[in-house]
Design a binder for this molecule. Structure first.
Ligand SMILES: C[S@@+](CC[C@H](N)C(=O)[O-])C[C@H]1O[C@@H](n2cnc3c(N)ncnc32)[C@H](O)[C@@H]1O
Length: 424
């Protein structure tokens, strides 16, 4: 986390008392807390939700209200005159005498506030002057009943649910225990509300989403306060050679969100998408050529900013609002793309987008790639296939001149096949 965010952006380590002690174990100490590291991209932009404290009834009373007393003189650390020289000044008592802040050893102290604030407190009748039997006067500030004070939030998280309450929440949806280490939605809701309380349109990302608690918590928070927060959950299948069909992401993460929407009537929908092979220069340079379909989807996305639909993808539309469903669908399929898209390696066709037809001349084979190009034969076939569209062709090379391409409304985009050549 220090490497990613830099240690200067570490805000706090929360301590979550999230495990209920079992007691009676043979251990000397029962661990009943966990840590939550809080980092920001930029600490100057963080605005944590403050705690508003409302003062209760006090032991003292005047005409205005009951109140508690607080010493006006600074106590403890930094209580000397030289610590804050501007907070050393006389207060004029009702009998006209002057009083200066004095430490218990008789040396010069200081008040807790500057002169202007203290004068105002005095005018507002918010100071108490108390004389002892020796005639020494102590000055107090009146902390009035009903007064609001803003306090910093606590680093200690108690009453925010426990690991067992998280497990129980999931059990309520699945009828049995299906996942270990489930966080309670109450904890995640608290954290979301704490760090981005002033943005109800926030996007919350959980890249290790497990049973999907974060998604559930976001939907719950939105229901509570009418927010429009969205979530992105990332999860791996956890499939292994022994369990090739294991798919936590589909069977638990996705299923949990679906069931929560149904059970709690959340007005939320979501898309379930599968991440393809990672395609970046590094992977390619390592010599990992993507298969045709994966690369085609990537090219389509680069070209249009939209995703091609995959038979494994799911869209769960929000219940209330056909409008929302439409929005999701059009974002998902592109305008008229869904019905026209059928990736075809033998014809190089990937799909259409508006008035464009997109082609990819490519093969998952280094040798073949060096010989592949947009040539006259391919161009003529493409023109015949898509007579009314602008044709965009991704290929390792082009054997046609610019004039011809312009006349035939063909745009050639070079795929840097030299990138694909195995190094060393
Ligand atoms: C402890 S669980 C998270 C539990 C979650 N907070 C909950 O309440 O259910 C962490 C999850 O991260 C997943 N994970 C670990 N490494 C991953 C990776 N590189 N990409 C995606 N998921 C990953 C694991 O499969 C595991 O299910």
């Amino acid at each position: 986390m220090d490497e990613i965010f830099h240690e200067s952006n570490h805000i706090v380590t929360f301590v979550w008392s999230g495990r209920s002690g079992k007691g009676g174990t043979t251990k000397q100490v029962e661990l009943n807390h966990e840590y939550i590291e809080c980092y920001s991209k930029d600490t100057t932009k963080v605005k944590m939700k403050p705690v508003v404290n409302i003062q209760g009834e006090g032991n003292y009373k005047d005409k205005k209200s009951t109140y508690k007393r607080e010493h006006l003189r600074q106590w403890g650390q930094g209580d000397r005159r030289e610590d804050r020289p501007s907070m050393y000044f006389p207060i004029i008592l009702p009998n006209g005498e002057e009083i200066y802040p004095k430490r218990s050893d008789g040396s010069e102290g200081r008040w807790r506030f500057g002169e202007e604030t203290v004068r105002k407190l005095q005018t507002d009748n918010d100071l108490d002057f108390v004389k002892d039997e020796n005639g020494n006067v102590t000055v107090y500030r009146k902390i009035r009943e009903g007064r609001e004070s803003i306090m910093a939030t606590d680093s200690l998280l108690t009453d925010k649910g426990t690991a067992s309450s998280g497990t129980l929440e999931l059990k309520k949806l699945f009828g049995e225990k299906v996942f270990d280490n489930v966080k309670p939605t109450t904890l995640i809701k608290h954290l979301i509300d704490l760090v981005i309380y002033d943005d109800r349109n926030a996007v919350i990302l959980d890249s290790f989403s497990g049973s999907g608690t974060t998604g559930h918590a976001v939907m719950d928070l939105n229901k509570e306060d009418g927010g429009n927060r969205r979530f992105i959950l990332v999860q791996m299948t956890e499939a292994t050679e022994k369990e090739p069909d294991k798919n936590i992401c589909k069977d638990i993460t996705r299923e949990r969100i679906k069931r929560a929407i149904e059970k709690y009537g959340y007005d939320s929908g979501f898309q379930y998408l599968r991440v393809g092979q990672a395609l970046d220069a590094e992977t390619l340079l390592e010599g990992k050529l993507p298969d045709y379909k994966t690369f085609a989807r990537y090219v389509y996305y680069l070209c249009t900013g939209e995703n091609l639909k995959d038979e494994n993808d799911t869209v769960i539309p929000a219940k209330a609002g056909i409008q929302k469903k439409k929005k999701l669908d059009s974002r998902f399929h592109g305008n008229d793309t869904a019905k026209n898209n059928a990736i075809n390696e033998s014809t190089f066709f990937i799909g259409t987008f508006g008035n464009q037809a997109i082609y990819l001349i490519y093969k998952q084979d280094y040798e073949a790639l060096t010989r592949m190009a947009l040539n006259l034969e391919v161009a003529e076939r493409i023109i015949a296939e898509q007579p009314n569209k602008k044709r965009i062709v991704y290929a390792p090379a082009c054997f046609l001149d610019q004039e011809y391409l312009e006349e035939k409304q063909i745009e050639f985009v070079s795929i840097p096949y030299n990138l694909f050549q195995r190094k060393g």
